[in-house]
Design a protein around this ligand. Structure first.
Ligand code: COI
Length: 371
């Protein structure tokens, strides 16, 4: 058992056939996204039964398959949540992460929504420190834009087919070296308006970071790909009028008068940590941040008239990605004109990366040292 401020203590079992330094260097040269996993993983068990004792068995162990029963509740009822974070190496070799308290708090909110147990923030952050310490050789060198992507997640591991909150749950963290999320690098993405599918509805799980939301975004993504688009934009499920998000990223618009607008959090949009950081950085660039409902028609009109200067998407994995053309059944619009530059997207991206990699002073107190 633990209180909220003292992390659980971890045992560490190191992998005997650890990956060679040569192989790690080869992977770090061009890691892509989410393809290769480090030597270790964190696992913590939770038992919610009367004599179960809550969280226990915190450990770092060799990366490898879970032994999971076919009747495990997650495989049937999708009781699962996750987070996306990164570990950044600074020039002096130290390793840091970005706003882990914000991820811990969101993980707790997601847990509550999915009827999973809340992992105390101190143990959540300690679990990242433990894994990154064990696998520090996998954190790419400072200087570029590569990082070690961290994926904390929690799932219902109890073997039981009744529909009720699981009494046995597994928390884990895995790590994967990451370069650019989109293979095209900073090339603007083309978006498809998904009108047949919504990602989340009122009262649903849209604000939680749970696997089901991502599963429900895939049909829209396929539809987009069939129309030559990279990603789909999801609208509100009740009126199909207001812009929500991309499924894996939040959206921002820069208007001619210097407003930085993003869809307000209505309960069906994920509260991105990058999103909230950008809202705070806006003032540094003389942009006025604004969170409100944005009709999709405003995008179409503003792109056509020139009222919209820039559009970009953001998330931990992709950081900031400029958006280009918007397509829908029977039409398309592009806010870019000859000589267009994504000046604000580039500036905000550079500012965020400079803070994350320790090249700029951490004036907002966003960084936590892991190693
Ligand atoms: C992230 O940006 O970290 C995400 O979680 C989005 C996606 C990779 C699922």
């Amino acid at each position: 058992m633990t209180d909220d401020t003292t992390p659980l203590s971890f045992t560490v079992t190191r992998r005997e056939d650890a990956t060679s330094s040569e192989r790690i260097a080869q992977v770090l040269e061009d890691p892509g996204f989410g393809k290769t996993f480090t030597d270790h993983m964190v696992v913590i068990d939770w038992d919610g039964s009367a004599d179960g004792g809550g969280w226990s068995g915190a450990r770092v162990q060799p990366y490898g398959p879970f032994e999971i029963e076919p009747a495990a509740a997650v495989l049937h009822y999708a009781q699962e949540i996750f987070e996306g974070m990164k570990a950044y190496r600074h020039a002096d070799g130290s390793i840091w992460t970005f706003r882990p308290e914000a991820n811990a708090a969101r993980f707790a909110r997601s847990a509550t929504r999915l009827a999973l147990p809340v992992l105390p923030a101190a143990t959540f952050i300690e679990s990242l420190r433990q894994l990154v310490t064990a696998d520090q050789e996998w954190v790419p060198e400072s200087g570029g834009e590569k990082a070690l992507y961290l994926r904390p997640f929690m799932f219902a591991s109890e073997a039981f087919l009744g529909v009720r909150p699981a009494q046995r749950v597994t928390y884990s963290v895995i790590a994967s070296p990451a370069g650019a999320y989109f293979p095209g690098g900073l090339k603007p993405v083309t978006l498809w308006i998904s009108t047949d599918y919504a990602r989340a509805g009122a009262g649903g799980t849209g604000a939680a970071k749970c696997g089901g939301n991502y599963a429900s975004s895939l049909a829209g993504q396929i539809e987009g790909a069939e129309h030559g688009c990279d990603q789909a934009v999801f609208l509100d499920s009740s009126t199909h009028t207001y812009i929500e998000e991309l499924g894996g990223m939040n959206l921002f618009f820069v208007t001619r008068d210097g407003t930085l607008v993003t869809p307000e959090l209505t309960g069906s949009i994920l509260e991105g940590v990058t999103r909230s950081s950008i809202l705070q950085l806006a003032k540094e660039l003389d942009l006025t941040p604004e969170e409100r409902r944005i009709p999709i028609q405003e995008w179409k009109d503003g792109a056509a008239s020139g009222e919209i200067r820039e559009i970009f998407a953001c998330g931990t994995a992709a950081v900031i990605t400029p958006v280009g053309e918007l397509r829908w059944a029977g039409g398309s619009v592009d806010h870019r004109r000859d000589g267009h530059r994504d000046t604000y997207a580039e500036a905000i991206r550079a500012r965020l990366l400079d803070i994350q990699y320790g090249r700029a002073e951490d004036t907002y107190g966003w960084l936590t040292r892991l190693v």
